[in-house]
Structure formats: structure tokens, C-alpha cells
Design a protein around this ligand. Structure first.
Ligand SMILES: Cc1ncc(COP(=O)(O)O)c(C=O)c1O
Length: 370
């Protein structure tokens, strides 16, 4: 694969995941600058890119560490040299506990979300046995109605954590997923403010209850860069923002020029007036049909051409709506609707700069679903 270095993009065999280096760098920088202006630290969620080199770019730009959804992602980041990791998810079960202790031995700082007594008990017992301490961040349900303790139960929950001596409460987190389902761009700033207020209120209750709150963690891509100085958050966990995808465009959170990741595919058949067949199907494109984006991806550089159907190895491009046409052998780039699920299909990303392959990075946390 390294033999492709400095070769034109057209030399990359398909289907393949491309990442435009300049756009990636610009997206990372933009969040960092906006957050610095609001005096909020950045701890990006790596679920979108799953690649240590991208995490290192984020840290070089000023991020204080990374956020992971899965223990496996955290293990991959630790192996890639990332020293400060927050797992923003519920962890349960003996296998996970043993892995968590192992991970904690290999990084400078590890913290984990907690929102149930059962998970707290398991983590505390595993860390006590290892004679170690673990920093925990209480997850509050601030309106996404997923996991998390209810805000008015947070103080009681924090008090209950006193039974688990290996756990140190460091702060509070919430997920502003509702920003995705509001009224679009006009509502992003309001969602950000609503989230920050909800989390700050919980933090104030905890402080009143005698708990030290060092971390107030929130953020997602639609609210990225929309937090005001003094809003209360100490760090944001935006994830998709660095690569972006067509969902974010349809949501109004970015433009197509901000999408760094595309799937490179080859036209393999032009069988009829209504369709073009490409070599990217369910194994190469995001299958999660979304409320926001029509179909399975849009063609970069063309108006109106979307992939309207996919089989395992074939994608169907709507030829009637496409402004432009293709011949067998042509290569096309597709904007995935959701990059998190699409990127998880690839072992490598081809990093493109000025139309050439700048580097090939292994997506080491790809498939790290446990
Ligand atoms: C807990 C948590 N934090 C942060 C994020 C990042 O959100 P986004 O990809 O919108 O930036 C997610 C995304 O699912 C999440 O679940």
C-alpha cells in the first residue's frame, strides 16, 4: 500500500476510503479555535475516525485527550500513543473490568462514565483488587433519553458512589443528541445553551452537596463551535466534525466543502438509461438509512446523483437525476451519509493531498466494537 505514496488518487483500487488531509486539518483547527475562544477544552470523540494518526492531529492542534465509546476503541488509541482517554459509555461485565484495569496501567489518565450502581460496583471492585483508583464522570440524562441518571437524582447517586472507594468522582457529562432532531441550524446555538445550562445546574447541585466537579463535558457536531464563553462546559466531545458527512450537510451543520471523507468507487456497468452501477455496495457504504439523507450517498462534484440502492457488491446511481454521465472504468467519489458507520467498514484510509496519496493510515479501532 505504501507503494501508492505520491501517486494520483486514480491509482487507488476501489472501493476505498479517502480522507482529504487539508479539509481534515481545517475542520480540526476550526473546532479548536472556536473552543479556545469560548475557553472550553476539546476532547474529541474518536468514534468517527477510529485512527490514532487523526487523534494525534487533534492533540497537536490542542485537544487535551480523546473520548471513546468502546473499550476496544480506547485500547486502540492507547496502542497508538494516546495518553489521556475518557470512555463515555456504560461498562459492565467481568471481561470488560479486566480489560479496563489493563488499559488503566498503560495510559497516563483514564476516566470512565458511570450512571449505575451495578457498573460502579464492578469497576470499584476490579480497581480495588488491583490496588488502583479510577476517575469517573457521572452521566446525566439531559434530554436525549438514552442512558444517564436523571439530573435531580445526581446528588443521591454521587453519595451512593461513596460506597466504592476505588472510584473518584471527577465531574459530569451529558449528550446533546437532541440537537440532531431540532429545527436545524437556527436551533444549534439554543441546543448548545440548553445543554450547557442543564449540565451546569447538575454540577452546581453536586458542588452544593460537597462534591468537587472538575469536568463538565458535553458537545456534538451540530453544536460544535456554538458554545458561549462562560456557558459552564469545561470540555466538548464533538466527533463527526473532523470528517463530516452528508447527514451534517443535510442538517445544516456544515457544507459539502467541509466533508473530508469520501468513498472512492469505480463505475462497473452502465446497463440502462436509468442507472449506473458502481462497485460499492453494502460492504463499502453506510447502510444506516437516515431520516436526513436520501439514499446511501451523493456523488462528489455532481449535482443530483445519489446512490439510491445497494446490494452487497453493487451500488445503483440514479442516472436520470445526475447532471453528467459516466463510462465504465470511471472513478467516482461518494459522500457517505454517516461517516461513523461507513468508516467502520474499512481497514485503511487513503490520506489525499493535492490529488495525490499523502499517506495510508490503518484504522486500528475499526471493528473494535467490544
Ligand atoms: C456520548 C457521546 N459524546 C459525543 C458524541 C459525538 O457526537 P458527534 O458525532 O455528533 O460529534 C457522541 C456521538 O454519538 C456520543 O454518543
Amino acid at each position: 500500500m505504501k507503494s501508492l505514496l505520491d501517486m494520483p488518487v486514480s491509482c487507488v483500487d476501489t472501493p476505498a476510503l479517502l480522507v482529504d488531509y487539508a479539509i481534515l486539518q481545517r475542520n480540526i483547527q476550526r473546532l479548536q479555535e472556536a473552543s479556545a475562544a469560548a475557553e472550553i477544552a476539546v476532547r474529541p470523540h474518536i468514534k468517527a475516525h477510529k485512527t490514532p494518526q487523526v487523534a494525534q492531529m487533534q492533540i497537536q492542534a490542542g485537544a487535551i485527550g480523546v473520548t471513546c465509546a468502546k473499550l476496544g476503541e480506547a485500547e486502540a488509541m492507547a496502542a497508538g500513543g494516546i495518553e489521556d482517554i475518557f470512555i463515555a459509555n456504560c461498562l459492565v461485565g467481568p471481561t470488560k473490568m479486566a480489560r479496563l484495569v489493563g488499559l488503566a496501567k498503560h495510559v497516563r489518565h483514564l476516566s470512565v462514565a458511570v450512571e449505575s450502581i451495578e457498573s460502579a460496583r464492578q469497576m470499584s471492585s476490579a480497581f480495588s483488587e488491583a490496588d488502583m483508583q479510577l476517575d469517573v464522570i457521572i452521566e446525566a440524562n439531559i434530554g436525549s433519553n438514552r442512558a444517564g441518571v436523571e439530573p435531580d437524582a445526581a446528588v443521591e447517586f454521587a453519595k451512593a458512589l461513596a460506597d466504592f472507594p476505588a472510584l473518584q468522582i471527577r465531574g459530569i457529562m451529558g449528550y446533546v443528541g437532541f440537537a440532531y432532531y431540532g429545527g436545524g441550524p437556527e436551533d444549534f446555538a439554543e441546543s448548545a445553551a440548553r445543554e450547557a445550562k442543564a449540565l451546569s445546574d447538575v454540577a452546581a447541585d453536586l458542588q452544593e452537596g460537597g462534591f468537587e466537579v472538575q469536568v463538565i463535558s458535553g458537545g456534538c457536531t451540530p453544536t460544535a463551535g456554538r458554545y458561549q464563553k462562560g456557558c459552564g462546559l469545561t470540555e466538548v466531545r464533538c466527533g463527526t466534525y473532523c470528517l463530516n458527512d452528508h447527514n451534517q450537510v443535510d442538517l445544516g451543520a456544515c457544507s459539502r466543502q467541509d466533508i473530508a471523507a469520501t468513498v472512492l468507487s469505480t463505475v462497473v456497468s452502465v446497463p440502462a438509461e436509468d442507472r449506473i452501477i458502481i462497485d460499492a455496495g453494502t460492504k463499502a457504504l453506510d447502510q444506516a438509512v437516515s431520516d436526513l439523507t436520501e439514499g446511501y450517498g451523493w456523488l462528489k462534484g455532481y449535482e443530483g446523483g445519489n446512490v439510491y440502492k445497494i446490494n452487497d457488491e453493487h451500488g445503483y446511481v440514479d442516472r436520470r437525476r445526475l447532471q453528467g454521465d459516466f463510462a465504465i472504468g470511471d472513478k467516482v467519489e461518494i459522500y457517505p451519509p454517516r461517516i461513523c458507520t461507513c468508516l467502520n467498514l474499512y481497514d485503511y484510509m487513503y490520506v489525499i493531498e493535492n490529488g495525490q496519496v499523502r499517506d495510508v493510515w490503518q484504522i486500528t479501532a475499526r471493528g473494535a466494537n467490544t
